[in-house]
Write a protein that binds this ligand. Structure first.
Ligand code: PLP
Length: 405
C-alpha cells in the first residue's frame, strides 16, 4: 500500500512554507526534491567515507570506490540491464547524449546521413545533432506529434530511410508527458540496422523501465530528476556499440597506459569516464534509486496515474485554460496557457500561493513552435504529490484567472 504521508515525511523540504503558504512543489519535471536517505548518504560519504576512487590502496579509497562502483549495479537493476558494464556514469542526460554524438556518431556520419527525431525532444536531444548537421552535413528528419500530442511510432519508423543512421527519441515528453512506444521503434530500427538513442530523462522517473526489453542502443537518464543529486546520471550503451566508440574525453581513469608515443585505453565503461568523477553525486543517486526501488516503480506509477487522472479532470473543468497535449497514456505532466496571461505571470501568481510551477519553453522550442506558442506554464507531478496539491493548483489558477482573465 502506497503510504503517501510516510513518503512525504521522507522529504524534509516538503514541510517548509513558501510565501507564507505550505509548499506545493509541482516543478518535478525540471528537478525533483531529495529524500532524507539521499541527503544522509551524501553527508555520510563526505563526513566518514570520502576519498578519490579507483587508484588508491588505502582504506578510505577502497570504501569510496566500493560505494561508488556499487551504484553501477544499482542503475543496472533499476533500468533492468543485465550487464552493469554497459552502464556509463555521466553528469546527466546532456552529457550522455553528447557522449554518443562525439564518440559514436561523429566518426561515422557522412554528409547526407540522417537522424530521425521528434519535434517533442528536449534541446539536450537536439543540439548535439545540430552539431553533426553544422559540422558534418547530417540531415535532421523531424516527426511531429498528432493533435492529441502523441508521437506515432509508425511515423518514426516510416521516416527511416537508406541514409538514416540514428533515431533519437524521448520516451516521455518533459512538456506534455506524452509517452512514446520506443520499444516498437527500436525493434523496427534494429531490423534496418539503424541505431536508436532513447532519452529516458522523464520516463525513468515515472514508470518502470526495462531497458534490455526496449532494445535501444543508448538509454540516457539524469539523476536530479530521479530524486538524486544534480550532476549525477548514466547512459546505458549496448556492448556492441561500446566497441564501436572512440573515447570522448581524455585523461585519468580512461587509460590503461600512457607513454610518450601513445596511449592504451581502459575497457568500457571506464574508457568513457575520464577524470575524477562526481563520486558523491553518484553515491547519492544510488541512494535515490534504492529509495525508488523500495517504494516500487509500479506503485509510484499507479500513484502518479491517479494524480494525472484527477488533475486532468480538474484542469478540463477550466474552460479558459488551454492544455497542450492530452494523450491518454501520458505521464502526470501538464503544460497549459491562459489567454490574457503570459506563462511567466501565471507562475508568479501561483508562487505567491506557495505553488511552484515552471514557465517558459522548457528547453523544447521546436515543440513550442509546433503548438504556436512561445511559452507554456507547466505543472509536473512526482511521487510525493497529492490530490490536495492538485486542488491548490486549481485554486491558484482560478485566482490568476480572476486577475488576468
Ligand atoms: N531530456 C529531457 C526530456 C529532460 O526533461 C531534460 C531535463 O530537463 C533533459 C533531457 C536534460 O537533462 P539534464 O539537463 O539533467 O542533462
Amino acid at each position: 500500500m502506497y503510504d503517501i504521508d510516510k513518503v512525504r515525511a521522507d522529504f524534509p523540504i516538503l514541510s517548509r512554507e513558501v510565501n507564507g503558504r505550505p509548499l506545493v512543489y509541482l516543478d518535478n519535471g525540471a528537478s525533483a526534491q531529495k529524500p532524507r536517505a539521499v541527503i544522509e548518504a551524501i553527508t555520510r560519504a563526505y563526513s566518514m567515507e570520502y576519498s578519490n576512487v579507483h587508484r588508491g590502496l588505502h582504506t578510505l579509497s577502497t570504501i569510496a570506490t566500493e560505494n561508488y562502483e556499487a551504484v553501477r549495479g544499482k542503475i543496472a537493476r533499476f533500468l533492468h540491464v543485465a550487464d552493469e558494464r554497459e552502464i556509463v556514469f555521466t553528469t546527466g542526460t546532456t552529457e550522455g547524449i553528447n557522449l554518443v554524438s562525439y564518440a559514436w556518431a561523429a566518426p561515422r556520419f557522412e554528409p547526407g546521413d540522417e537522424i530521425v527525431l521528434s519535434v517533442a525532444e528536449h534541446h539536450a536531444n537536439i543540439v548535439p545533432w545540430h552539431f553533426l548537421r553544422e559540422r558534418q552535413g547530417a540531415v535532421l528528419k523531424w516527426i511531429a506529434p498528432d493533435a492529441t500530442g502523441d508521437i506515432d511510432p509508425q511515423a518514426v519508423i516510416d521516416a527511416i530511410g537508406p541514409r538514416t543512421k540514428l533515431v533519437a527519441i524521448t520516451q516521455m515528453s518533459n512538456v506534455t508527458g506524452t509517452v512514446v512506444d520506443v520499444a516498437a521503434i527500436a525493434r523496427a530500427a534494429r531490423e534496418r540496422g539503424v541505431a536508436v538513442l532513447v532519452d529516458g530523462s522523464q520516463a525513468a522517473v515515472h514508470m518502470p523501465v526495462d531497458v534490455d526489453a526496449i532494445g535501444a542502443d543508448f538509454y540516457a537518464i539524469t539523476g536530479h530528476k530521479l530524486y538524486g543529486p544534480s550532476g549525477s546520471g548514466a547512459i546505458h550503451i549496448r556492448a556492441e556499440r561500446m566497441r564501436e566508440m572512440r573515447p570522448f574525453m581524455g585523461g585519468g581513469d580512461m587509460i590503461r597506459e600512457v607513454t610518450r608515443d601513445g596511449v592504451g585505453y581502459n575497457d568500457p565503461p571506464m574508457k568513457f569516464e575520464a577524470g575524477t568523477p562526481g563520486i558523491v553525486n553518484q553515491i547519492g543517486l544510488g541512494a535515490a534509486l534504492d529509495y525508488m526501488m523500495a517504494l516500487g516503480m509500479t506503485d509510484i506509477a499507479a500513484h502518479e496515474h491517479d494524480l494525472r487522472d484527477y488533475a486532468r479532470a480538474r484542469l478540463d473543468g477550466l474552460n479558459w485554460l488551454q492544455v497542450q497535449g492530452q494523450s491518454a497514456g501520458k505521464g502526470a505532466i501538464f503544460s497549459f496557457t491562459m489567454e490574457g496571461a503570459h506563462a511567466h505571470d501565471l507562475s508568479t501568481i501561483l508562487d505567491k500561493r506557495g505553488v511552484a510551477i515552471r514557465a517558459g519553453h522548457h528547453c523544447a522550442q521546436p515543440l513550442m513552435e509546433h503548438f504556436g506558442v512561445s511559452a507554456t506554464a507547466r505543472a509536473s507531478f512526482g511521487l510525493y504529490n497529492t490530490r490536495a496539491e492538485v486542488d491548490a493548483l486549481i485554486d491558484a489558477l482560478e485566482l490568476a484567472h480572476d486577475l488576468f482573465g
